[in-house]
Design a binder for this molecule. Structure first.
Ligand code: GAL
Length: 615
C-alpha cells in the first residue's frame, strides 16, 4: 500500500468525521445528547453587544463559576449589516471572538440567529433599510423577506462553519435558534404565517449545522425543530412531540427597564423555585434570560422608551459585578441539580402526593442513583411531610433537593449565599460642561416641501431627531396681540416626543409612553406681529421591537397641526411648507467625540436643548 493512498484514505476519513453526518449533538425525550451523553444543561444569556470585549472574559468566567454550562446569545443583524451587504463584525459585534472566548472557558453556546430577535433591541434586530425594500412584509410568507432572512441566516451559519465553531467541528455551538416567539403572531395571522413557519424551519434545517434547531414559543415547530418555552414559570410546558426534550429558553430573571416605569425586581427565592419546579417535572435545559443584561449602548435600545440600562436585575449586574445573593443562590441550586444529573437523565419522575399542597418527585437510574425533589406549594405555611420514612420541614413556596433521596442539600426559599449590599460612592474631581444646540439649525441635509413627512422615512434612523420647521405670518390687527391672550398650537404626532420652539424659545414639551407612543401637544403660542418661526423637534426613542407588523408603524408629526384662537378662527398648518432638518447640530459636529473643543463651555442651565458632558 503506497503512502499516497493512505493519505487519501486518512483525508476521506477526517472529512467524514467533520461533516454533520457525524453529528455529536442529538436529542431524545429526556435531554440534549452531547457525544452520546444525555445532559442537564444550565445556560445563561449574555448578549455580546451589550458589554465591551474587555468585559467578556470576566463575564464568561463568572457565568462558569455560577455553574453554567452554556452561554446563550442572539445574533444582532442590524449591528452586523448596517447597510445592505456592508458587514461589521468588529468591537462589540465581534461574534466569533465572543464565541471563541466561551469555548476557551470550556462552555457551550446556544446561538439564537433569529434573525428576528425581539430582545428590546432597536427594531427587533432588523436593519431599518430592510423596511424600504419594495413589497416587503416582515415575518410572513413574503418572498422579499424570506430571501433577506435566508441570506443573513446562511451567512452566519457559514461563518460559524468556516471558524469551526459547531460542536461536530470541535467548537462550542450545540444549539441554534431560528425565528423568535412566532407562535402568538402566527395564531393571529393564519395561513401565510403557517407557510412561513414551515419555510423557516425547512430553511434552517437545510443549512446543515449538524446541531439541533430550536424555535421558542412555537407550539407547532415542525420536526426535527424543538419547540421550547419562555416565561417566568414553565412547569406547565410540554414539547409538541414525545420524542423532544423539555427545554426552557428564557427563564426571566426579572424584566427590562423602560423610561418612566419602575425598575423591576424578581426575588431569587422565586426564581430558584421556578427552575427547581421545571427540573422536577423532567425539564433538562434552562436558560436564564438575562444572566448578564448589560447596557443598550448608543441607539441600540428598542422601544419606544426602553431604557439605556439593560441590567435586568440579572445575577451579574450591568457593570459585570456579582449581584448577591442572586448569583450565589443560583450557583447553589445548580450544584444541587448537578448532583442529581445521573438520576435526572435516566428516568421520568415518579410523583407522589405528600399532603394537600406537597409532592415528591423521584428520579432513579438503573445503576442505583436516586434523586428527590420535595415541593411545598402552599404560599403561606410550613409543611411537615414524611418521605421514605423520614420527616422533613418544608418552608412555604419552596422546593428542596435531595440528590441521594435522603439529605436536603438545597431549598429554594432558604438563601445560604452571601448577602451583600453594594455601596456606590460618588466620584469626585469631575466637572460638567455643556453645549447649547441651535434651534434653527440647517445644513446641506435640510430641505423644504409641502406637508408633513413620516419621520423614519426621512431619517432612515441615522438619528433620533428630526426638525419640522414652518413660518406663520401674523397681522398687526390680530385681536390676541392686544387682547392679552395667545393662540393655541395643537400638534398630533405618531411619537415619540416633541419639543416646540416658537421664535427660538422653548414653548413646551410632550411625549408618549411605553404603552402608546402617540401624543398630542397643545400649548399657547407666543406669536408676534409679522413672521414667526415654529420649529418642532420630534424625537424617536427606540424603534419598536415587538408587535403586529411593527415595521409599518409610524413616527413623527403626521398632523394635523393647527393654530386656534385667531381672528379667522383656526388656521391649519398641516399643508403649508415645512422645512426638514435631519439630526441636531451637536450630532453634525460629532460633539460627543470632541473632548477638547471650544464648543463645550460652562453649564448654562437657562438654555433649552443643552448637551451635557462630565469629565
Ligand atoms: C421575550 C423575547 C425576548 C425578550 C423578552 C423580554 O418574549 O423572546 O427577546 O424580548 O421577552 O425581555
Amino acid at each position: 500500500m503506497g503512502t499516497g493512498w493512505l493519505v487519501v484514505v486518512t483525508a476521506a476519513l477526517l472529512l467524514s468525521l467533520l461533516t454533520p453526518a457525524a453529528a455529536s449533538v442529538a436529542y431524545d425525550h429526556k435531554a440534549i445528547i452531547i457525544n452520546g451523553q444525555r445532559r442537564i444543561l444550565i445556560s445563561g444569556s449574555i448578549h455580546y453587544p451589550r458589554s465591551t470585549p474587555e468585559m467578556w472574559p470576566d463575564l464568561i468566567q463568572k457565568a462558569k463559576n455560577g455553574g453554567l454550562d452554556v452561554i446563550q446569545t442572539y445574533v444582532f443583524w442590524n449591528g452586523h449589516e448596517p447597510s445592505p451587504d456592508q458587514y461589521f463584525f468588529e468591537d462589540r459585534y465581534d461574534l466569533v471572538r465572543f464565541i471563541k472566548l466561551v469555548q476557551q472557558a470550556g462552555l457551550y453556546v446556544n446561538l439564537r440567529i433569529g434573525p428576528y430577535i425581539c430582545a428590546e433591541w432597536n427594531f427587533g434586530g432588523f436593519p431599518v433599510w430592510l423596511k424600504y425594500i419594495p413589497g416587503i412584509r416582515f415575518r410572513t410568507d413574503n418572498e422579499h423577506f424570506k430571501a433577506a432572512m435566508e441570506k443573513f441566516t446562511a451567512k452566519i451559519v457559514s461563518m460559524m462553519k468556516a471558524e469551526n465553531l459547531f460542536e461536530w467541528q470541535g467548537g462550542p455551538i450545540i444549539l441554534s435558534q431560528i425565528e423568535n416567539e412566532f407562535g402568538p403572531p402566527e395564531y393571529d395571522q393564519g395561513e401565510p404565517a403557517k407557510n412561513y413557519v414551515a419555510w423557516a424551519a425547512g430553511m434552517a434545517v437545510g443549512l446543515d449545522t449538524g446541531v439541533p434547531w430550536i424555535m421558542c414559543k412555537q407550539d407547532d415547530a415542525p420536526d426535527p425543530v424543538i419547540n421550547t418555552c419562555n416565561g417566568f414559570y414553565c412547569d406547565y410546558f410540554y414539547p409538541n412531540q414525545p420524542y423532544k426534550p423539555t427545554m426552557w429558553t428564557e427563564v426571566w430573571t426579572s424584566w427590562f427597564t423602560g423610561f418612566g416605569v419602575p425598575v423591576p425586581h424578581r426575588p431569587v427565592e422565586d426564581l430558584a423555585f421556578s427552575v427547581a419546579k421545571f427540573i422536577q417535572k423532567g425539564g433538562s435545559f434552562v436558560n436564564y434570560y438575562m444572566y448578564h443584561g448589560g447596557t443598550n449602548f448608543g441607539r441600540t435600545a428598542g422601544g419606544p422608551f426602553i431604557a439605556t440600562s439593560y441590567d435586568y436585575d440579572a445575577p451579574i449586574d450591568e457593570f459585570g459585578l456579582l449581584r448577591q445573593p442572586k448569583w450565589g443562590h443560583l450557583r447553589d441550586l445548580h450544584r444541587a441539580i448537578k448532583l442529581c444529573e445521573m438520576a435526572l437523565v435516566s428516568s421520568d419522575p415518579v410523583v407522589t402526593y405528600l399532603g394537600n399542597s406537597q409532592e415528591s418527585h423521584v428520579f432513579r437510574s438503573n445503576s442505583g442513583d436516586c434523586a428527590a425533589f420535595l415541593a411545598n406549594y402552599d404560599v403561606k405555611s410550613y409543611a411537615r411531610v414524611t418521605f421514605n420514612g423520614m420527616h422533613y420541614d418544608l418552608p412555604p413556596w419552596s422546593i428542596s433537593i435531595l440528590p441521594d433521596c435522603k439529605t436536603i442539600v438545597f431549598n429554594s426559599a432558604r438563601v445560604g449565599a452571601q448577602t451583600s449590599l453594594m455601596q456606590m460612592n460618588w466620584l469626585r474631581g469631575f466637572s460638567w460642561q455643556s453645549y447649547n444646540d441651535d434651534t434653527n439649525f440647517n445644513d446641506e441635509l435640510s430641505f423644504t416641501t409641502t406637508g408633513l413627512l413620516e419621520q423614519i422615512n426621512v431619517t432612515r434612523d441615522i438619528t433620533d431627531y428630526l426638525w419640522y420647521t414652518t413660518y406663520v405670518d401674523i397681522n398687526e390687527t390680530e385681536g390676541f396681540l392686544k387682547g392679552g391672550y395667545y393662540p393655541v398650537l395643537s400638534v398630533m404626532s405618531a411619537g415619540h416626543s416633541l419639543n416646540v420652539f416658537i421664535n427660538g424659545q422653548l414653548s413646551g414639551t410632550s411625549y408618549g409612553g411605553v404603552q402608546d407612543p402617540r401624543l398630542t401637544y397643545s400649548g399657547n403660542a407666543m406669536l408676534r406681529a409679522g413672521s414667526n418661526t415654529i420649529s418642532i423637534l420630534s424625537a424617536s426613542v427606540g424603534l419598536p421591537n415587538v408587535g403586529e407588523h411593527f415595521e409599518t408603524w409610524n413616527a413623527g408629526i403626521l398632523g394635523p397641526v393647527v393654530l386656534s384662537d385667531l381672528d379667522e378662527g383656526w388656521r391649519d398648518l398641516t399643508w403649508q411648507k415645512w422645512t426638514y432638518q435631519v439630526g441636531l447640530k451637536g450630532e453634525a459636529l460629532n460633539l460627543h467625540a470632541l473632548t477638547q473643543s471650544s464648543e463645550w463651555g460652562d453649564v448654562d442651565a437657562n438654555k433649552p436643548l443643552t448637551w451635557y458632558k462630565w469629565e
